[in-house]
Design a protein around this ligand. Structure first.
Ligand code: MEV
Length: 313
């Protein structure tokens, strides 16, 4: 049996503006993960896909062209260029909440691509894994920027800009983030499409907001690479204010952001597509539990404390 895993993710800065070519920063979240296990199937059975957490079990032969799980398997097999369809059982499980901005779709795709590559002893590079997962992200999200598949496939903090080589975000000082889940679905495809329609009605206004977010991302990268925690926090809260202005926040997200700031978080913002899903707060390691408690009291259904560490040199 072959097993591969992929982490969840949070976007630290620049969601949405990243869809319009501006830079963004994202990190993996290793407390949650997708797992793919592959074993040989019965002769002639083809490929059976079992995804308990998604309530799905089917044979690849019978899957529609736009089924995301089937698409990732088909794309990967095409890349492997095997001489015949193998007989396999592919099991997928995930502890990443679905539609909460934590990259569940990208992680499931990544785990499957990785596991197939390893099963056939042709392990893929993170770049190839990311490219295959990106094709599937299009089925999930319509017009994805590619940041989710990139951070999940590379499994490290990244500076991302569409069409450019991904660069590592060199975290200087450990960063403790508290992630708070509103419990409300964040329908990425819809939030992105809705923003696109609003932007079309006033392009200059929205492009101005995206430029402001891009400036924050660049300053935030410097602050992260220089270990200036207070500045990072301040930029997060500023980024949230613009996300609220462009209409992708919600009363629930704003309430959690406010609660985190009241509990002395250094900064807080929504993370991912918005409307629901998760928010993140930067806290000192000592204050993280206090911030998590404040989020629970303010209505978070679940919190995760995660630490982003400097790269091992
Ligand atoms: C979703 O995690 C991030 C968005 O910026 C969409 C995208 O980048 O594709 C909202």
């Amino acid at each position: 049996m072959t097993t591969a895993t992929a982490p969840g993710k949070i976007i630290l800065f620049g969601e949405h503006s990243v869809v319009y070519g501006r830079p963004a920063l994202a990190v993996p979240v290793n407390q949650v993960k997708a797992v793919c296990q592959i074993e040989a199937g019965r002769l002639g059975q083809g490929i059976e896909i079992i995804a308990q957490d998604l309530d799905q079990q089917f044979n690849l032969r019978n899957a529609p062209i736009d089924d995301p799980l089937a698409a990732v398997v088909r794309q990967t097999l095409a890349t492997l260029a095997l001489s015949a369809t193998p007989d396999l059982v592919i099991k997928v499980t995930s502890t990443i909440p679905i539609a909460r901005g934590l990259g569940s779709g990208a992680a499931i795709s990544t785990a499957i691509v990785k596991a197939l590559g390893e099963y056939f002893r042709q392990p893929f590079t993170p770049q190839v894994i990311s490219e295959i997962a990106f094709e599937v992200e299009k089925i999930h999200h319509g017009t994805p920027s590619g940041i989710d598949n990139s951070v999940v496939a590379f499994g490290q903090p990244i500076f991302f800009q569409k069409g450019q080589t991904i660069t590592q975000l060199k975290v200087h000082t450990p960063l403790t983030f508290v992630i708070g889940d509103t419990g409300i679905k964040s329908p990425t495809r819809q939030v992105v499409a809705d923003l696109r329609a609003r932007r079309a009605r006033d392009v200059d206004l929205y492009e101005g907001y995206f430029d402001e977010m891009a400036a924050i991302v660049i300053q935030a990268r410097d602050a992260i690479e220089g270990g200036r925690l207070r500045a990072i926090g301040k930029y997060m809260t500023e980024n949230h204010a613009i996300l609220d202005k462009i209409g992708v926040s919600s009363p629930e997200l704003n309430q959690l952001v406010e609660a985190a700031l009241q509990a002395k978080a250094l900064g807080a913002k929504l993370s991912g597509a918005g409307w629901g899903g998760n928010m993140i707060a930067l806290a000192s390691a000592e204050e993280a539990q206090t911030v998590a408690q404040a989020l629970n009291i303010a209505g978070a259904i679940h919190t995760i404390v995660t630490e982003v560490k400097p790269p091992v040199s």
